[in-house]
Design a protein around this ligand. Structure first.
Ligand SMILES: Nc1nc2c(ncn2[C@@H]2O[C@H](COP(=O)(O)OP(=O)(O)OP(=O)(O)O)[C@@H](O)[C@H]2O)c(=O)[nH]1
Ligand SMILES: [Mg+2]
Length: 300
C-alpha cells in the first residue's frame, strides 16, 4: 500500500445551460454556484474544492461557452479559454437531450489546441431513454480523442460517484492546495450577491436576467444573531427597474424573501436583507463598472 496524496484542477466546460453549476454544487454538497433554467447564468470562474482523505480535487465552474455579443460576454468566454491549458483534466459537458450542434463544434475546435485529458460528460440522462445515448456517443466519439465518455445526471446524482472515482485516478501526486474548510475561491460577499442574482433570474423573464448585476454594499453584524445586508440590483433601463420592483414592490419583496433564505443557509444565522434597485445604463460594456461588480482581472 502506498500512501500518496493526489490533487489537481478540473475545468468544466460546455454550452450554456447544460448543467455545469448543478454538477459543482452536487459534488461539494453546498450551493456555491447559482443555477437557473436560463442560459448564461454563470458569469465568473468559480472554484469548488472537493476533499477526500487522500485526494483534493479543485473543480472550476466556467461560464457557458457561446459567441460573445458584448464586453461581458467576451470576458466570460476568455475566462473559460484561458483556463483550459492550466488544468489536469477537462470535463466537456453536453446535454443528453440536445443533439450535437454548432455550439459544441466551437468548443471542440477550442479543444484541438489543448493537450489535456478531456472527458465527455453526457448530463441530464434522467431526461432520455438509455437507447438514445448510443447514437449520441457514436457522434461524439469521432470528434475528439476523449479519455472516457461518462453519462450522468447532475440533478439526481446518477453516476456522479463513478465519475469522481475515475477523476481521482487521473490526478497526479500533489499537495493539498487548500485547507479542508476552504470550499471556494470567492468570498461570502460574492456568493450573497450571486444568490440575489439567482432569484432575479428565476423570477423574471427573458430580457431582464442578462441585464442585471448585484452589488453587495454592506454586511454588518447586529447585536444578537442577525446580520444586516444591504445590496443593490443594477439594471440597464428604467423599464427593467420597474419590472424588478413590481407592483407596489411585490417582485422585489419576493426576490428578497427567497434570497434571504438562501443567505441564511449560507451563513447559518438570521439575515435582514435590504434591497435597492438602480439604473446604470450600458454597464455590460463599461470596463470600469465590470470591475466594480467583481469581474476580476486575474480571471482572464
Ligand atoms: N433534468 C435535469 N436537469 C438538469 C440536470 N442538471 C442540470 N439541470 C437543469 O438545467 C438547468 C441549467 O443548469 P445550470 O447548472 O445552471 O447550467 P450551467 O451549465 O451552469 O449553465 P450556464 O451557467 O448558463 O452556462 C437548470 O434548470 C438545472 O436544474 C440534470 O441532470 N437533469
Ligand atoms: Mg453555470
Amino acid at each position: 500500500m502506498n500512501n500518496i496524496f493526489r490533487s489537481g484542477f478540473i475545468a468544466i466546460i460546455g454550452r450554456p445551460n447544460v448543467g455545469k453549476s448543478t454538477f459543482i454544487n452536487r459534488v461539494i454538497g453546498q450551493k456555491i454556484a447559482i443555477i437557473s433554467d436560463k442560459p448564461q447564468t454563470t458569469r465568473h470562474k468559480i472554484q469548488a474544492v472537493y476533499n477526500e482523505k487522500d485526494t483534493q480535487m479543485i473543480f472550476i465552474d466556467t461560464p457557458g461557452i457561446h459567441k460573445p455579443k458584448h464586453q461581458l460576454g467576451e470576458f466570460m468566454v476568455k475566462t473559460t479559454e484561458s483556463t483550459l491549458n492550466e488544468v489536469d483534466a477537462i470535463l466537456f459537458m453536453i446535454n443528453a437531450e440536445q443533439g450535437y450542434g454548432k455550439g459544441d463544434q466551437y468548443i471542440l475546435d477550442l479543444l484541438k489546441d489543448v493537450n489535456r485529458p478531456v472527458y465527455l460528460i453526457i448530463n441530464k440522462i434522467d431526461l432520455v431513454h438509455p437507447d438514445d445515448l448510443l447514437p449520441l456517443i457514436a457522434t461524439y466519439k469521432d470528434k475528439h480523442e476523449f479519455t472516457e465518455i461518462i453519462p450522468i445526471s447532475a440533478l439526481q446524482g446518477n453516476n456522479v460517484n463513478h465519475l469522481l472515482k475515475v477523476l481521482k485516478q487521473e490526478m497526479p501526486e500533489g499537495p493539498k492546495y487548500y485547507p479542508d474548510d476552504h470550499i471556494t475561491d470567492h468570498p461570502e460577499r460574492f456568493i450573497m450577491g450571486e444568490l440575489i442574482r439567482e432569484k432575479v433570474l428565476q423570477l423574471t423573464r427573458e430580457e431582464i436576467p442578462h441585464s442585471i448585476a448585484v452589488n453587495v454594499e454592506n454586511v454588518n453584524k447586529k447585536q444578537s444573531n442577525t446580520i444586516v445586508i444591504q445590496a443593490t440590483i443594477i439594471t440597464e433601463r428604467d423599464s427593467q427597474k420597474g419590472i424588478i420592483i413590481g407592483k407596489r414592490g411585490s417582485m422585489l419583496k419576493k426576490i428578497g424573501q427567497k434570497a434571504r433564505k438562501d443567505i441564511e443557509t449560507l451563513l447559518g444565522t438570521h439575515v435582514y436583507l435590504e434591497l435597492w434597485v438602480k439604473v446604470k445604463r450600458d454597464w455590460r460594456n463599461n470596463e470600469h463598472q465590470l470591475k466594480q461588480f467583481g469581474f476580476r482581472k486575474e480571471d482572464y
